[in-house]
Each structure stands twice: as C-alpha cells, then as structure tokens.
Design a protein around this ligand. Structure first.
Ligand code: PEP
Ligand code: MN
Length: 337
C-alpha cells in the first residue's frame, strides 16, 4: 500500500501512520518528496488495509501497489535509483561500462588489463574469483587469492571491482574485497544468498536467471531490497531458448520493460548473451539504443588463451571500438558515455 499524506500533514500524523502500518504487520518506509510525503506499507496486500489507513488524520489517499515486487516497483518510487560506488555510477544520465576478463587468472593479467581498460574509459573492472562452471573439472577460480588480485588491480587503477559471490557464507569475505557483489544467473533464486547480499550493504549486480520470467527476476531483487539494501543493479544476460546459433538468446525488450516496471538500473551482458565475440559489438550498441544504463563485457588481452569463456571474449581493441560507437548511440538517446 502507498499512503499519500496531504501537504499539511505534520510529523506527528506521519508517525501515527507509521505506527499503524507496523500494527498491521507491514513494514513502513517513509519517502519524503518536495511537495508530499508518502508512507509505503510493504508486505502482502490483503483486505482491510485500505479501511484501516484511509480515515487517519493527514492521509490524502491510499493506493495499492499492484506489482508483486513492492520495493522494486516504479509504483513506489518514480525517480530512478542511481547506484554509486567508487567512481562507478549506474542509473543516471551516464552509461556505465563494466569490463574485464571472465576469470581472474593471475596478478599480472588482471592488473595489466585493468590499467588498459581504465585508459579506454571503463567505469569498473569485472573478473571472477569464484566461477560457477558447468563441469566440476573446469577451472573454478582462484577464490580468496583471486579476490586479492582484484584488490591489487583496484589499487593500481582506482576502478571499482565487480565480482561474483556464490555462497551465503562467502559474502563477508567477498564483500571485504569487492565494490559490487555479482549474483550469477545460476544463483538468481538462491534466496539465502540474496538475503546475505542484502545484509552486506554492498551494491549488488543481479543477473537474470536463464529461465526466469521478469516477475521472478524482480522478486529476486526484492529479496535484496527487503534486507535494507537499496543498491541493486539488474542485468539481462540472455535466456535459454530453442535457438542454437548463439549460446543464449538475448532479449532486449526486457530493457525498456524493466525501465517501465522498476526504478532500479538495468544493464546488459552481450558477452554471455551471445556467446560469440563477433556478435558483442552489435548487441552492445543495440542495448544502449534500447535504454540500458550500462554494459558488462568480457575483455581479455588474448581471448584465445582465456581460462574461461574465451569464445565470447573481446580484445581491448574491440572494446575501444565499442566505446567509440556506443558514445554516438548514447548521445542519440540523450545519454552520456
Ligand atoms: C560471468 O559473469 O562470468 C557469469 C558466470 O555470468 P552468468 O552468471 O550470467 O552466467
Ligand atoms: Mn564468463
């Protein structure tokens, strides 16, 4: 429910509404606007709530939040959420470019690619220290050592670090090194992980599960928001379909759809979305044109030698070209890069 207070309502009336919301078993969130204050009453909608809140002093009207995801919904918050951390800003006018290898391979590799990407205008460094691999025999990541290498790359460049966390019990360790905690597609509905990331206070980059609907995706974001963490970035990374010309099918309609339904920033991963380096540039440009707030791209000095996801990984030169081309598209859609 959204309780819209009238413009004369003072603090006392607002506090009484907050107390009543708690009494009803819902959790209150006071949002003070320039003209009016609203009290969001978050929880399951049920009969009787409207009748309990509408007659209260200072209340102008009470509206239900129709979407099942309450905190993520545009109905609750019209202005976009801008996630900011260490020079990375996602959701405002400027487009964020998160780039880096699929996996952190060694100290020299991650520091040198970070320096290169920083010079080319990247906004943050990605790199997996914990890798969710289909086969247990594939490289699983350097784990804590990989996190330390990422921290060294940050020290060398100032770039914010985006890295995946796979288990709730690893959240404190990964949060010690990362600026943004990535939750991978395979873990989008790992609710204990979502809650632990929510409690960490670190911004979260939530990837869409490869067979998840938009409601499931936004309800997963809701788990993080509901633990008091407002900084959630949504990432479309492609879904499973009958198509086999690409690794996944990358649906870009989700970008304008999500921008309508939620105030959270939305980015696209054309690397996993296509699985093919030759398709990454076109889908990067299309994503910005569709209204994405940023991209996350896999970049490696020598993609053929990458320890994971080499076939979808682009070179720094290709990244440079994408930056140039996306800058023109950004301008055309009234954004900056
Ligand atoms: C990754 O970013 O390297 C990754 C494993 O992504 P996803 O969870 O989207 O497959
Ligand atoms: Mn990858």
């Amino acid at each position: 429910m959204i309780v819209v207070m009238n413009s004369e309502a003072g603090d006392e009336a607002i506090e009484r509404v907050v107390a009543q919301v708690k009494e009803l078993g819902l959790s209150p969130q006071v949002i003070r606007g320039t003209h009016q204050t609203v009290v969001a009453a978050i929880g399951e909608e049920r009969p009787g709530l409207l009748e309990a809140l509408e007659p209260m002093t200072g209340v102008e009207k009470v509206l239900p939040i129709m979407d099942p995801y309450k905190r993520a919904s545009r109905e609750l918050r019209a202005e976009p959420t801008i996630v900011k951390t260490r020079g990375l800003e996602i959701g405002g006018k400027s487009i964020a470019m998160i780039a880096g290898p699929c996996s952190v391979e060694n100290l020299e590799q991650i520091v040198s690619i970070a320096i290169r990407l920083k010079a080319l205008g990247a906004s943050a460094l990605r790199g997996g220290a914990f890798k969710p691999r289909t086969s247990p025999y594939s490289f699983q990541g350097h784990k804590l050592e990989g996190l330390k290498m990422l921290a060294a790359a940050r020290d060398a460049t100032g770039l914010a670090i985006v890295t995946e966390v796979m288990a709730p019990e690893h959240v404190p360790m990964v949060a010690e090194y990362a600026d943004v905690l990535q939750i991978g597609a395979r873990n989008m509905q790992n609710y204990q992980l979502l809650q632990a990331v929510g409690e960490s206070g670190k911004p979260a980059l939530l990837k869409r599960g490869m067979s998840s609907t938009m409601d499931e995706f936004l309800l997963a974001a809701e788990y993080i928001l509901d633990r008091g963490n407002p900084n959630v970035i949504l990432c479309e990374r492609g879904i499973r379909t009958f198509e086999d010309h690409t690794r996944f099918t990358l649906p870009l309609t989700t970008v304008p759809y999500l921008k309508q339904k939620t105030h959270l920033p939305v980015i696209v991963d054309p690397s996993h979305g296509t699985g093919k380096a030759s398709l990454v540039a076109a889908m990067s440009k299309a994503s910005i044109a569709a209204g994405a707030d940023g991209l996350i791209l896999e970049v490696h000095e020598d993609p053929k030698k990458a320890m994971s996801d080499g076939s979808q990984t682009i070179t720094p030169a290709a990244f440079e070209q994408i930056m140039t081309d996306c800058r023109r598209i950004a301008e055309a859609v009234d954004r900056a890069l």
